[in-house]
Design a binder for this molecule. Sequence first.
Ligand code: GUN
Length: 281
Amino acid sequence: MAVIIDGKAIAAKIRENIKAEVERLKNKHNLIPGLTVILVGEDPASQVYVRNKERACIEAGMNSTVIRMSADTTEQELLDTIARLNLDDTVHGILVQLPLPGHINEDKIINAINPEKDVDGFHPINCGMLMTGQAELEPCTPKGIIRLIEETGQSISGKNAVVIGRSNIVGKPVAIMLLQRHATVTIAHSRTQNLAEIAKNADILVVAIGKPHFIGSEYVKEGAIVIDVGTTRVGGKLCGDVKYDEVFEKAGYITPVPGGVGPMTITMLLDNTLKAAKRCL
Ligand code: GUN
């Protein structure tokens, strides 16, 4: 039976510390960290994510602005908005909610954000900094995953870590962050052969594939740390990539869905916004 890694409780604890630090910045330096989120179009999931980000900012005592733009916004209009925010000293963090409508080039948009305000950590400068161990702003979900693994009290150094999924947002960066902490890292993906055999070797298994209930106990080593990044809505219910009940019996530690990685992602967004603001001191 696994120990449950309670992301919700861990996130709440970190948010308390962030809130206290925001209060200190206000009182001592008259500085209020500010996040501006840009939402283009009406994707229902994105609207929920953006509302949650807004609420978390306000609860932490930060300034939160949401710029809602219509689905037919041109690429140039979006670039102009970003250019304006890049120059605005009251805006410490800029986040463009993804996905963007098909006629807008996401890379071009991400590349236009001032890397010092890129609280998602998606800009190629920040990706490069991460890769070379100089990271300032790390992507939020991977940063949250590392914190959850650290909370187990188990060391990462020397362990076999298997990351299933190779996205720029989760799989690739979390693999690099595990490597930096001296794990032996394997990245598996949809074309990987003998996935179960590889995954069963993992002391730390990070699953970020977006296929609900894909990973059963046959993929899991006895006693492993299992981090489930999946959040697929099935019939109104949030489902992870892991078959929780059976993997719970075999793993050493496991994150639930919901209440595992999810709450950590927004918490790390707050942390990055605070960090970006403090660079202005
Ligand atoms: N869409 C889904 N996840 C994310 C995220 O972490 N950042 C942004 N900007 N968009 C997303």
